[in-house]
Each structure stands twice: as structure tokens, then as C-alpha cells.
Design a protein around this ligand. Structure first.
Ligand SMILES: [Zn+2]
Length: 68
């Protein structure tokens, strides 16, 4: 467990909830939420306002971006 893990806001317009999830758990958290509460419908998502930043962070995390 490292605590320098960036967190990502997950929003669900249907539940009107927002929660911050560590980047590495985001995908699972969204899937679990949607399966448990919405019958597998893709309602909860990464906050659209930062979705592109998250893709960036994830890419960097995986070493896909080479920039320092
Ligand atoms: Zn929901």
C-alpha cells in the first residue's frame, strides 16, 4: 500500500453520489457499483471533468508516457 496513490472522483448521476477512489481501484469500483446498484448499466463513471487527466495518470502509471 502506497499512499501517494492519486485518487479519482467517481460520480453516479443516478445515486447522486461522488466518491474518491484510488486510481488502481477505480475500474473495479465502478464495475462493482454498476453491477450491484444498476444491474450492470454504466451509470457511475469517472468524473467527466477529469476523465482525460485520469487517462493521462493511468498511462503515466503504466509507464506509457516517457516525459519527465
Ligand atoms: Zn449509482
Amino acid at each position: 500500500m502506497s499512499d501517494d496513490q492519486p485518487t479519482v472522483p467517481i460520480v453516479c448521476p443516478d445515486c447522486e453520489t461522488e466518491s474518491k477512489i484510488p486510481l488502481s481501484e477505480v475500474e473495479g469500483a465502478i464495475t462493482r457499483h454498476n453491477e450491484r446498484l444498476h444491474d450492470g448499466e454504466q451509470l457511475a463513471t469517472v468524473d467527466p471533468a477529469i476523465a482525460s487527466r485520469v487517462a493521462d495518470l493511468a498511462a503515466r502509471d503504466l509507464g506509457l508516457l516517457d516525459e519527465e
